[in-house]
Design a protein around this ligand. Structure first.
Ligand code: MG
Length: 452
């Protein structure tokens, strides 16, 4: 990334990711800051970061680059990515977030936010890349260098924005007992704050910033949430919540200690907000349950390639009210067109209060589909693996819009190379949990065999 001479894309599906002082150097961060500043111009932009140890280092390098190009920076400090996005959307300004989302602690990243709060469009990222490769940086004279200031109102702005979309009084009446595991990430003070303002009795786990994520891995998978699940099994709480590192995603544990798959959360939220004629956007990786829910609710479902920015843009283009992914990333268009973990928490509590049901009851009322997810190391180029997988699946219908989605009699398998890591993600989906798992395992074994 630091000395790539080939004019290759610098921004991946979720911005720039790398290991600071390895493939994400301070020098590169400052130069890309200069390029971003040259593109943004002599305006004021917002910047935030998650709790990673290298956050300040990368933040300072990027912000000094921005200021040297004449761009002023509002430092929002540690804040969930969606809170920075909401700030940008509300103020109509561009932004930069220093985060590597759910990646391990050695990683960090640089993500650009458009003035409508969504991830910057690819064509604008390309303009920044062009400036970077040509070293065509704006370098203003000293009296026009950008300034840096803070804005302590960003937290209230975000929390109040979320609360405006739910029936606060109805939620407060229930005095829900909620256990929240922030995983030492950026939500450590935001979601507990929201929950208290919604009248919940809040118990927090790992609610302090720790950039090494020593309490748990920042990816909110069931195997990383053992403490939360064990405590939920005590039967003391109505709802368990966990976020990833930058809190654009939320996953839930029911009142009995059962992990709720992100696909089911998506279905629940979609089912609760759609009206006839509503538009819903989701990638090809989420289950067929959402097709049934949309058909029953007379809503139109639009499927996209995998990736939150693609879902966001498709929602904007189609004026869709709700969208999201099977990993717990839910986008509520009435609030903002990006994934927002805390907004998802508020929507689930709103639904519980509105129809007076426990979470487990809400989940059991959904069409039953299962997704089994695996990932394998990608040792060979995807393009060389694709034909072999296709011929292995030759008798089946295949969707090639993003990786390969192979339809079988009792479900489907989706295989795609990750945009952020050297792995291939495999999703097996079926009405039967065991079949979903077996489908994923079968194709995992086949792909492993191809790479031996
Ligand atoms: Mg994230």
């Amino acid at each position: 990334m630091t000395s790539d001479p080939h004019n290759e894309p610098i921004f991946g599906t979720n911005g720039i990711r790398g290991i600071p002082n390895s493939d994400l150097s301070v020098e590169f961060s400052q130069e890309i800051g200069k390029a971003i500043g040259t593109f943004y111009g002599k305006v004021t932009v917002a910047m935030g970061r998650d709790t990673r140890d290298t956050g300040n280092m990368i933040f300072n390098a990027v912000s000094s680059g921005l200021m040297s190009a004449g761009t002023s920076v509002i430092d929002l400090g540690i804040l969930p990515t969606p809170a920075v996005q909401f700030y940008c959307r509300t103020k109509g300004i561009f932004g930069v977030v220093i985060t590597a989302s759910h990646n391990p602690p050695q990683f960090n990243g640089i993500k650009c936010i458009a003035d409508d709060g969504t991830e910057l469009r690819r064509e604008d990222e390309e303009k920044i890349e062009k400036i970077y490769y040509k070293k065509a940086y704006e370098a203003v004279s000293w009296e026009h260098a950008g300034s840096l200031k803070n804005d302590p109102t960003s937290l209230d702005l975000y929390i109040e924005g979320i609360m405006s979309h739910v029936d606060v009084e109805k939620i407060r009446k229930n005095q829900y007992r909620v256990l929240i595991d922030s995983g030492n990430g950026a939500s450590y003070f935001t979601t507990p704050n929201l929950l208290r303002r919604l009248g919940c009795k809040v118990v927090s786990l790992n609610a302090y910033p720790d950039g090494k994520f020593t309490s748990r891995t920042s990816e909110p998978r069931p195997e990383n949430l053992k403490d939360l699940i064990t405590l939920m099994k005590s039967g003391t709480f109505n709802l368990g919540v966990a976020h990833d590192g930058d809190a654009d995603r939320a996953v839930f544990i029911d009142e009995n200690g059962n992990f709720i798959d992100g696909d089911k959360t998506l279905c629940l939220v979609v089912k609760s907000v759609i009206k006839p004629g509503s538009k819903v956007v989701t990638p090809i990786s989420s289950s067929d349950a959402i097709d049934e829910i949309c058909a029953n609710g007379k809503a139109q479902l639009i499927r996209t390639r995998v990736g939150a920015p693609i879902v966001s843009r498709t929602m904007i283009d189609n004026k869709a009210m709700i969208g999201g992914e099977e990993n717990g990333g839910i986008i509520y268009g009435e609030h903002q067109y990006c994934r927002d973990g805390a907004m998802t928490v508020a929507l689930i509590l709103n639904l519980m209060a509105e129809i007076n049901r426990k979470v487990s009851e809400l989940i059991s009322g959904l069409p039953q589909f299962f997704i089994h997810k695996l990932s394998v190391e990608r040792k060979k180029d995807w393009k060389t693996l694709e034909p072999a997988i296709l011929s292995y699946s030759s008798s089946k219908k295949v969707d090639k819009s993003d990786g390969l989605k192979v339809y079988l009699d009792d479900g489907w398998v989706l295989m795609r190379p990750s945009g952020t890591e050297p792995i291939i993600r495999i999703y097996g989906q079926s009405r039967d949990e065991k079949i979903a798992r077996n489908l994923a395992l079968e194709y995992e074994a086949f792909i492993l065999g191809l790479q031996e």
